[in-house]
Each structure stands twice: as structure tokens, then as C-alpha cells.
Design a protein around this ligand. Structure first.
Ligand SMILES: [Zn+2]
Length: 327
């Protein structure tokens, strides 16, 4: 661990020793390979919570370069946010970053690269009654032809972000089915990938050959294909007999120009949707601290495990097909 990080822990030693709950923190540190099973047991075997905390800190101070960030993450996962914040607020490196940037970095560390992973099992999803949609918060064009837009739209008091194609008819712009829907925490995970996608698209000419795909939540996957300067953002669904989720027609493909435009207007959208600053990642919530919680989360496990329910391709807010917008 870096000396400045050690100092930061030492300067908060009294609070950490008094308030930390070492056993769950040790569990998460072990799960992320920061400490060994033996070290975890050394912590657990201590009699008082004070001694357990002291043991954990003395071990963590001697661990490698990822131990400090690992401890902060473990504290967050163990619902000890105030303690994790102690280590954020005074961290030299972190001080220059905004809270949202830190959240983006955390989101990025949690986004799963799905090409290396087996598809999750199936999971039930409730159909939500269709309602008339209110006015959009913003509608920002991503090309010069008023064909594709980044929009933010409230639906049943929740804000959803969309990238969607529109058709024009007598001055009226109507959204089409070609669109992707992002509840806010899904957007956060997507936004955390933007720099990597940009880098990939920039490197296409230099022989970028690896296929990439990420699951950003719900049925939405982001795919990059070697040789194509495009990013495919698409809802997938899993037919009952299919081993893996398959792409639907619901999605958009952005070429490099549209993607660059998206990068440019993200900040603008933040001005319209200040709530993004307060969005919490479901992976860090208490309900996700056991496997069942993750399996029951439609964002983390969109194609859940109940074979009786076959309607799994819709998310709340995905039903905003009907509204017609006047420009
Ligand atoms: Zn979740």
C-alpha cells in the first residue's frame, strides 16, 4: 500500500477501530482477493469487535497496491459508507475528482464484460401498465438530420434516458421502436464505459481485433465488433430454449460521428437531469449483499430463473412508444 494511503488510514485509526464492523468487511476483502482466507480467519478469531478491527487494519496496511481501494469498496459494500467516505475525503488523488467521477469509476469497476461470462439464468419481470408520457426533460440531436436523439423522460415519476430514432411526419417527430432505454443507474454504468468505447473506435484503423461486449443492466448490452467503427447498444432477451440472450430489434447503432456527438452532449444532459448525481448503484445496496438479492434484481439478472414468466424483454419505461413530440 502507498505510504499516503497508509497515513490516511492511520489518521482515521481511532474511528475505524471503534466503528468498523470487521467481519463483513473482511468477507468482501477476501472475495476480492485482497486478503487470504487465513487472514480472514485471523480477523474472525479475535474476541472483541475492537480487536477484530485492529487486526483487520494491521493486515490491510501490509497488503499490496490495490488494498486501499479494496478497503474503501469493501466498506461501501458492507454498508459502512461513512467510514469509506473518511478515506475518500482526504485522499489526495480523489480530492480533485468530483463525486460523480468517483461514482463513474466505481460503476466501471462493476460493469461485467459478458463475453467472458456465462449468460445469467432467467428471471421474472412484471408488465407495467402503459401510461401517457409527460414532456421530455431534454431531446438532444445526435446527428444533423433530426433522426436520432438523446432524450430524458419522466415515466411514473422516474426519469429514464433514451437513445432513440424518430421519424418526421408533417413537422411532428414520432419516436420509433429503434431505441434503448436507460434507468439512471444503467446510464451510470453505460457512461462509465464511454472513454473505453471511444478509445476502441479510435483504434479500429490500428488493427483493433478484439470483440467486446458489456452488460450494463436489464437486457441492455453494448457491443463492439472488430473492423466496424460503430457501437451497438441493444436490448437482448432470452428465449426459453436459448442458451444465451439474443439481440432484439430494439436498439441503436451509433457510428463514430454520432458516438462523438453523444460524448459531447453528455454534460448537457446532466444539466437537464441533475438527479444523476444522486443515483446509487444497485450492486452496492444492502439487498445485493447476498446472491439471492442479485438474482432477484432485474438490472443485474434480467433473464431470471422463473420459467413460468416469459415476459422479460420490457423494462419500466421501455413502454414509452406512443408519445408524439411537436418540434
Ligand atoms: Zn442489481
Amino acid at each position: 500500500m502507498e505510504p499516503n494511503h497508509q497515513n490516511l488510514i492511520r489518521s482515521n485509526y481511532t474511528t475505524l477501530v471503534k466503528k468498523m464492523s470487521a467481519v463483513p468487511v473482511a468477507g468482501f476483502l477476501y472475495a476480492s482477493n485482497i486478503i487470504t482466507d487465513e487472514m480472514k480467519q485471523q480477523i474472525e478469531v479475535e474476541k472483541t469487535s475492537y480487536d477484530k478491527n485492529r487486526k483487520l487494519i494491521s493486515i490491510i496496511l501490509r497488503r499490496g497496491p490495490s488494498a486501499f481501494q479494496g478497503l474503501k469498496r469493501a466498506l461501501l459494500k458492507a454498508n459502512q459508507r461513512e467510514l469509506s467516505n473518511l478515506l475518500i475525503a482526504k485522499d489526495d488523488e480523489d480530492v480533485t475528482k468530483s463525486d460523480y467521477e468517483k461514482k463513474l469509476a466505481l460503476a466501471r469497476s462493476l460493469v461485467v464484460c459478458t463475453k467472458e461470462r456465462e449468460a445469467p439464468e432467467s428471471q421474472p419481470r412484471k408488465q407495467i401498465d402503459q401510461e401517457k408520457s409527460p414532456e421530455p426533460r431534454c431531446r438532444i440531436s445526435l446527428d444533423d438530420f433530426n433522426d436520432i436523439f438523446l432524450t430524458a423522460m419522466p415515466y411514473k415519476d422516474v426519469i429514464y434516458i433514451h437513445i432513440r430514432h424518430f421519424t418526421e411526419n408533417n413537422g411532428r417527430f414520432t419516436p420509433t421502436k429503434k431505441r434503448v432505454t436507460f434507468p439512471m443507474d444503467r446510464w451510470l454504468r453505460f457512461e462509465s464505459l464511454l472513454p473505453e468505447i471511444q478509445k476502441y473506435l479510435n483504434n479500429i484503423g490500428n488493427g483493433e481485433r478484439e470483440e467486446r461486449q458489456w452488460h450494463v443492466g436489464g437486457g441492455v448490452y453494448i457491443s463492439l465488433t472488430p473492423g466496424f467503427q460503430t457501437v451497438d447498444i441493444r436490448h437482448y432477451w432470452k428465449p426459453e430454449d436459448a442458451p444465451e440472450p439474443v439481440p432484439t430489434k430494439k436498439g441503436v447503432t451509433l457510428n463514430h460521428k454520432k458516438f462523438t456527438r453523444l460524448l459531447e452532449v453528455v454534460e448537457q444532459m446532466h444539466n437537464h437531469v441533475p438527479e444523476l448525481k444522486d443515483v446509487e448503484l444497485c450492486m452496492l445496496s444492502e439487498s445485493h449483499q447476498n446472491q439471492l438479492g442479485m438474482l432477484n434484481c432485474p438490472e443485474c439478472t434480467p433473464f431470471g430463473y422463473d420459467p413460468l414468466n416469459v415476459s422479460m424483454e420490457c423494462n419500466a419505461g421501455d413502454l414509452q412508444d406512443v408519445e408524439t413530440l411537436n418540434i
